[in-house]
Design a protein around this ligand. Structure first.
Ligand SMILES: Nc1nc(=O)c2c([nH]1)NC[C@@H]1CN(c3ccc(C(=O)N[C@@H](CCC(=O)O)C(=O)O)cc3)CN21
Ligand SMILES: CC(C)C(=O)C(=O)O
Ligand SMILES: [Mg+2]
Length: 276
């Protein structure tokens, strides 16, 4: 094997049903993005539970200003690279923009992410009727789905920028209803991005499936970050909800380990990384 992956004692593989069991036991889920084998090994060695090949790769790897140009081919390529670095963490891949334009397209894309890429779960943004139909189609064929609500970057133009969502009561009520709908459609987990802490808490309490927050406050059942933000590698302004864990530490592994510990202990995100 090219790379030593875990370094630590072996642990049981993280699975889709296992995420729900973690919520039931009150164990926080630690998620992190990775786009290549080296970063996947880092996440694996630090004990990350859920490794996301995010379409954020369009921004942090490709240097584009949104995630919209990312293709299914791009996602399959990076998912394959990440798969080679993982041993026990759950491998999740984003369906890129418009891969869900029909149930057929979504099935084809998810098939490739699982069969060619090695993903064990796919993530998709939104809870419109057509998204719910896609979730049901994938789940009924044995592909676990992670939903994604709130600040959904593939809707950047509709939102008028990467803006915090669910600040008004009506929008908050709508988001809770959508969360209940994706759960009913069979989603195994839900990423909540860019919403007030109080809303993240309510959604997490009302759902049986785990919520994984990014800029959604400390009350979610888990947290996710973009690894480049965690390592302070993002040029220019990075989202307020992110934190440079490498600052004051001697290695990338120590930085990821500190993130894992802080999420498990419920001390990250702090108020300074949250919205109210
Ligand atoms: N490096 C990186 N980190 C991410 O978290 C990330 C990406 N890229 N690319 C894909 C999406 C885009 N994301 C973003 C990008 C910017 C903001 C941002 O600047 N938000 C403002 C909030 C504005 C408001 O208050 O409404 C902020 O100050 O954080 C948020 C999410 C999250 N994702
Ligand atoms: C930030 C996470 C949730 C994501 O969707 C991505 O990295 O693309
Ligand atoms: Mg994404």
């Amino acid at each position: 094997m090219y790379m030593e992956k875990s370094g630590a004692p072996r642990r049981k593989p993280v699975t889709a049903p296992g995420l729900r069991a973690m919520k039931e036991k009150g164990q926080r889920i630690v998620a992190l993005t990775a786009y290549d084998a080296s970063f996947a090994v880092l996440a694996e060695r630090a004990g990350v539970d859920f490794v996301l090949v995010g379409d954020s790769l369009g921004m942090v790897i490709q240097g584009q200003s949104t995630t919209l140009p990312v293709t299914v081919d791009d996602m399959v390529y990076h998912t394959r690279m990440v798969a080679r670095g993982l041993e026990t963490a759950l491998l999740v891949a984003d369906l890129p923009f418009m891969a869900d334009r029909s149930v057929e397209h979504a099935l084809e894309a998810a098939w490739r992410l699982v069969a060619e890429g090695g993903a064990a779960m796919v993530k998709l943004e939104g809870a419109a009727a057509h998204h719910l139909a896609v979730i049901e189609a994938l789940v009924s064929r044995g592909i676990p789905v992670c939903a994604h609500l709130g600040l959904t970057p593939q809707s950047v133009h509709a939102m008028g920028g990467f803006k915090i969502q669910g600040r008004q009561q009506e929008a908050a009520d709508r988001l809770l209803q959508e969360a209940l709908q994706v759960e009913a459609a069979g989603a195994a987990a839900l990423v909540l991005e860019g919403i007030p802490t109080a809303l993240g808490k309510i959604v997490s309490q009302r759902l049986a499936i785990p919520t994984i927050g990014i800029g959604a406050g400390v009350e979610c059942d888990g947290q996710v970050l973009v690894i480049y933000d965690l390592l302070g590698l993002t040029p220019g302004r990075r989202p307020k909800f992110s934190k440079d864990f490498l600052e004051g530490r001697g290695s990338a592994l120590a930085a990821v380990q500190a993130y894992v510990e802080d999420v498990r202990a419920g001390v990250f995100p702090g108020l300074e990384h949250s919205f109210d």
